[in-house]
Design a protein around this ligand. Sequence first.
Ligand code: PMP
Length: 396
Amino acid sequence: MPFAHRLNNVETSAIRELFKLLGKPGIISLAGGFPDSALFDIEGIRAASQQALQEDPGAALQYGATEGYQPLREQLAAFMAGKAALDIRPEDLIVTTGSQQALDLLGKTLIDPGDKVIVEGPTFLATIQCFRLYGADLIGAPTDANGVDTGALEKLIAEHRPKLVYLIPTFGNPSGATLSLARRRQVLEMAVRHQTLIVEDDPYGELYFNAPPPPSLLSLSATVPGSRALLVHCGSLSKVLAPGLRLGWMLAMPELLAKATMCKQFSDAHTSTFAQATAARYLAAGRMPATLARVRKVYAGRAQAMVDALRGEIGAAIEFVPPQGGLFVWARLTGADGRQADGNALARRAIEKGVAFVPGAPFFCAHPDQATLRLSFATVDEQQIRAGVARLAQAL
Ligand code: PMP
């Protein structure tokens, strides 16, 4: 088939190949990037969807505005404004079909073939693939336990003059890392100094375990003059409500929002009105705080179970920083047990022992660290986490 040349820039991910093996009976999966469906507030979503059909059936089932269903934009603006202590109006954001679509719209509106884009090494795999589809030349900025190394990032910005810098500052996927407050300020200051567009992808910020994370870049932009106009913020209901609703949003400067809306018009016209009308009523009913409190508690317990099991079962052969939120432990094989520190080889042996995880290498746009692993604690209970880590220890 004479496929478009842009497909030459991307390939089916190694992770997909691995997922094919997950169907094996008895496998404990620490591989998925999903929230736990057992934690969905089904009762609340059912009530909200019934209410949407009763109160506003025409709008809920009709074509809608590309920018989004107005009552949902109002709810999301209020939700964001409360979190960010900022003046956020409904027209400052558009609703997207998952935050994944916001990333695609950014690619469509901003990236020409050959454009430089800086991402964290490691970063969200679908962002790598999506930006590459538009021909981006991706540059990985080094990261550590406190998120992206801002000194190195500024050097890369000065050298490459990127179209944009894409960051997951809070509970990163896959790194689990959170950018420190000082570094957040530095990122905004360097954005202003170099007039560089920063994209803050924030699907996990609400999933903290003990204390809330530092304020978002969006929130801090109020304290760094000139930075708000250089910031795009992507949010999502996937990890806090339900990913099947496919609801995300993007806040950006008006001219970018207008172009993104135009592109969305040609793409899916609008995000499901039924899903939007449901979510608008869910948020208006005030159920979110209780839902968040519940999921935070469960994930905190699972994260702790995984941390304890890794320390107890594997010890010095693996290193990691315990996550403070999100869904992942990002770990590195140290080779301390004299074995080859190779995440890919371990993933294959682990499947034979009955546990699956995702090797870390594919999450790097360049210079992959082969010794890394992403372990998800989200979809299995604490007992299974302990059993899964015990199998991982056997595989090692
Ligand atoms: N960004 C990041 C960092 C993610 O981890 C995910 C989902 N795994 C997304 C965006 C996309 O989420 P959604 O489209 O479901 O909102």
